[in-house]
Every structure is written in C-alpha cells, then in structure tokens.
Design a protein around this ligand. Structure first.
Ligand SMILES: Nc1ncnc2c1ncn2[C@@H]1O[C@H](COP(=O)(O)OP(=O)(O)OP(=O)(O)O)[C@@H](O)[C@H]1O
Ligand SMILES: [Mg+2]
Length: 246
C-alpha cells in the first residue's frame, strides 16, 4: 500500500512564560494506506499534540511532514484547511453532535462544510453509506438524545467518514464509553482500514491498542515503535461484528 504520512524529526516546542518546553522531540513516523496505528503513552506525553500536527491544526517547529509525497511542513492555514477536509477525518472523546439535528443531518453537516452543497440526492446517498459503514443506518432519523453513547460516537465516526478521508485521526474515541461499547466503536473505526483508509488511534486502552496493526509509544515527546506481538492470525483476527444496537 502507498505511503500516506511521513514525519521526520518533528519537534514541537511550547514557548511558555518561563522555559520553552519540548512537547514533541524528533518524532519519526511513516503510515501507509490501510494501516492501523495505535499511539499510547502517559497523560501529558504529547499524544494529542502529535495528532494536531498530523491533522494540520498545528505546525511543527522543526522537522518535515510529507503527506502523500508532498512536503506540507510549512503550510499556510488556508491550504491546511483544504487538506484537512480533503484528507482527514477526526474523531474525539466527546462526540460533538448537534443535538437538534438527526443522525443523518449531523453526518450531512460534514459535506456541507467541506465541499459546498452537493446535490440533495448524492448527499443522501453518501450520508446513508457512511451510517451503514458504522452499522447504524436504522438510526438515521434519531436525534442524539435518543441514542446510546456508542451510537452517538458511531454517528461522529460516520461524520468523519462521509468525505472519504484517506486518514482517520481518533483521539481517545472510547474514553467516554464502557468496555463493550468501546469495542464496537473500535471495530467501526477499524472497518475503514479495509477500504484503504489509514487509522491513527490514540488510546489508553491496551486491548484496543493491541487490535491495531502497530503500537507506538510516546514518552515525553519521544516516539518509539513496539515490537509487534506474535500472533498467528494477525492483529485483526477476533473482531466483534458491527451492526445492531449497541
Ligand atoms: N495549549 C497549550 N498550552 C500549554 N501547554 C500545553 C498546551 N497544549 C498542550 N500542552 C502541554 O503539552 C503537553 C502534552 O500535551 P498533550 O495534550 O499532547 O498530552 P496527551 O498525551 O494528549 O495527554 P492526555 O493523555 O492527558 O490527553 C502537556 O504537558 C500539556 O500540559
Ligand atoms: Mg490527549
């Protein structure tokens, strides 16, 4: 599969009131299409900062960032915003759904903001496909208040998927969910990798990390790759199936 992301020597320094603090310290990372990568590490180790650099919300202070072969290390915000909506999908611990809109309308919002108004019919097709991809098409007309936490998070994932991102960035997407529901949400994210999307998952949950193809450890801004676990069937062997109410 083709290389999507290449970080080389990425550093991020916070210039606070006192001493500057190094948050990311020479991070190297390569991610290919269809790969799933877990980023683990203690609170404050820089995981969310790394995701915000990857997702072009923030620029590195040094190092290079190549996206699909193009150097984007020093991109202006206008171009960064375009790349964000064309290449990335974001999922966070909080679902950030609009409560007065249905599931389908929440997902459709991503299309309106990112690509102008698509014809109504195409919009509907894409929204329903995204809801199907996370197994909640039957909830299309429900509002968030009538959904479980796992269902709401799957709406948020559908909203991230509806623009066909090449990279999904998820920052503790199961942090607000119980174990079983969290597992279903991880399956929904992982499913996107079967269509060639790369998944980068920040998680505190060891079991969820173990289901990714690779595990990277961030400690005080230094990223190291863990040796792959020995598994006959590979990391995606025993996934709970999607679908059905959570
Ligand atoms: N805007 C900011 N201003 C000041 N310090 C910040 C800011 N953002 C992050 N930091 C600091 O940078 C460090 C890394 O933060 P980051 O949010 O990336 O950690 P994290 O690994 O995501 O932690 P957690 O697991 O708690 O979410 C922390 O020490 C944090 O206090
Ligand atoms: Mg964080």
């Amino acid at each position: 599969m083709s290389e999507l992301i290449r970080l080389e020597g990425i550093s991020k320094v916070l210039k606070g009131q006192k001493e500057p603090r190094t948050i990311l310290d020479g991070v190297d990372l390569t991610v290919r299409a269809g790969e799933s990568v877990a980023i683990v590490g203690r609170s404050g180790s820089g995981k969310s900062t790394l995701l915000s650099v990857l997702g072009l919300f923030d620029r590195p202070d040094s190092g290079t960032y190549q996206l699909a072969g193009r150097d984007i290390s020093r991109l202006r915000e206008r171009h960064a915003a375009k790349l964000r909506s064309s290449h990335f999908g974001f999922v966070f611990q909080r679902f950030f759904l609009l409560k007065h809109l249905t599931a389908a309308q929440n997902v459709a919002m991503a299309l309106i903001n990112g690509q102008g108004w698509l014809p109504r019919r195409e919009r509907r097709t894409r929204v329903m496909r995204a809801l199907e991809q996370v197994g909640i098409e039957h909830l299309a007309k429900n509002r968030p208040a009538k959904m479980s936490g796992g269902e709401q998070q799957r709406v948020a994932i559908a909203r991230a998927l509806v623009r066909d991102p090449r990279i999904l960035l998820a920052d503790e997407p199961t942090g607000a969910l119980d174990t079983e529901t969290g597992s279903i949400v991880i399956s929904a994210l992982q499913e996107a990798t079967t269509r060639g999307c790369a998944l980068i998952l920040v998680t505190h949950d060891r079991d969820h990390a173990a289901r990714m193809g690779r595990i990277l450890d961030l400690q005080a801004g230094i990223l190291t790759e863990r040796a792959p676990a020995l598994s006959v069937n590979g990391p995606t062997a025993q996934l709970p199936s999607l679908g059905g109410p959570a």
